[in-house]
Write a protein that binds this ligand. Structure first.
Ligand code: SF4
Length: 428
């Protein structure tokens, strides 16, 4: 790293070689359908049709909660007993539901058929259904499919499956040699706008995937340099790489350090001197660093335990330990992608207890024994753990809240300090 923007290397060599506890037992995580909640807000002319049960409909409706507005962009085609009895029926029924939906909603330009546990159990072939329906509604509507089923996906993997399904639809870059940056992973619009401004000031041609509209799919080709904005996009990255794109090695843009190193990776690939990055980001970095110093008072020395949930755990743990002085008791992740996480692992304190997958009861035992100051976990675990006297943070909030970039770094820290101060107030 250039001395212009010094980023501390881990003093002790990091966690690159630290053994990881692999567990394959009972899990307590949402399924991939949850991703629909943020994806439908991002790709504004897309529609997500879950092919599932009343449970699936209930899950996305309650997860979406207040976000449902007059013309929602997701729904569930319910598989009932009649469909369960015979496959032909389910296909005919699905075609009928889709036809009615598209007649009623000419604004839909892209339709995702989203598989679920029930559609998998009856082996409903949604990729064939998508092909059939694409032909029928060609050229007005593209019909794609992916699985959000709890058998196959944890909750952020739904986005990975959705974006991977979208990659074959991306146009070929017109000038394969011309380099362009592709930022991959759903970001809140406010965050995307901030990054777009920074890339513009740096003189780096950048696009974002997923786009805000299905008609604005970014081109991809050998000139594409992809920068992952989210850590759970293994399949999407692979699909883009198979189209010629090259992934830039970077940590994730959480906290001041993560954001700076993430931007620096793009600068390096596009030959932008780091002095320019320093000049462009100086104000934002200074503001964020000052605000983080205030949050550090509440968080320094506090012990935190992560249950596996979103695959954001490692970058979050790195931010909390390096920029806020928190101590990492255990960092669980549903899946550890060593290549994509290489820079994050190198930044974690050596010997951090890392676990991948889950064996719920055993992990709960470890957590209870360690008595951490703060536990990051799913909604289902939070209430029982709070009742036992532990302080919790809902992992799902970290996915729904804009947390990337400089402006958001203090808000991200506050998401962790707030439950601690609430507990202090209750104890007073
Ligand atoms: Fe439940 Fe499976 Fe439907 Fe998800 S896809 S809500 S895990 S039945």
């Amino acid at each position: 790293m250039s001395p212009v923007i010094p980023i501390r290397a881990a003093a002790d060599g990091g966690c690159g070689d630290t053994p990881v506890l692999r567990e394959r037992g009972q899990r307590e995580v949402f399924c991939g359908l949850t991703g629909i909640i943020w994806l439908h807000r991002k790709i504004q002319d897309a529609f997500f049709l879950v092919v599932g049960s009343r449970t699936c409909a209930h899950l996305i409706q309650s997860a979406a909660g207040v976000m449902i507005f007059a013309e929602p962009r997701f729904a569930t085609a319910i598989i009932d007993e009649r469909d369960l009895a015979g496959l032909a029926d389910a296909n005919t029924e699905l075609d009928r539901v889709v036809t009615r939906l598209l007649e009623r909603r000419p604004d839909i330009k892209m339709l995702f058929l989203v598989g679920s546990c029930p559609s998998e159990v009856i082996k409903l072939d949604l990729s064939r259904a998508a092909q059939r329906l694409s032909q029928r509604f060609n050229p007005g509507v593209r019909v794609l499919n992916y699985s959000g089923s709890g058998i196959e996906t944890t909750f952020t993997q739904g986005e990975d499956a959705c974006l991977a399904a979208l990659v074959p639809e991306l146009p070929m870059a017109a000038e394969p040699a011309a380099q362009e940056l592709l930022v991959v992973g759903t970001l809140a619009d406010v965050v995307e706008d901030q990054f777009a401004r920074i890339f513009k000031q740096l003189g780096i041609p950048a696009r974002f995937f997923p786009p805000r509209a299905a008609r604005e799919l970014p081109p991809v080709g050998p000139g594409t340099r992809l920068l992952l904005a989210q850590p759970f996009l293994g399949d999407t990255a692979r699909a883009l790489e198979s189209r010629g794109a090259q992934r830039l090695d970077a940590p994730f843009p959480l906290g001041v350090e993560g954001t700076t190193a993430w931007l620096a990776a793009a600068c390096e690939a596009f030959g932008v001197p780091l002095e320019r990055l320093e000049a462009v980001t100086a104000g934002a970095r200074e503001r964020a660093t000052a605000a983080l110093a205030r949050q550090r008072v509440a968080l320094e020395g506090k012990r935190i335990f992560f249950f596996p949930d979103s695959q954001l755990e490692l970058p979050l743990a790195r931010f909390l330990s390096r920029e806020l002085g928190m101590q990492l008791v255990e960092v669980g992740t549903p899946y550890l992608h060593r290549q994509h996480m290489a820079r994050e692992l190198a930044w974690l304190p050596a010997g951090t207890a890392l676990s991948e997958g889950q064996d719920l009861e055993r992990q709960l035992d470890r957590c209870r024994e360690a008595k951490p100051d703060l536990v990051v976990c799913g909604l289902g675990l939070a209430n029982p753990l709070e009742a036992e006297g532990l302080t919790t943070k809902w992992a799902i909030e970290l996915v729904f809240t804009p947390i990337q970039g400089y402006e958001q770094a203090p808000d991200l820290a506050e998401l962790f300090s707030r439950p601690l101060s609430r507990r202090l107030r209750l104890a007073a």
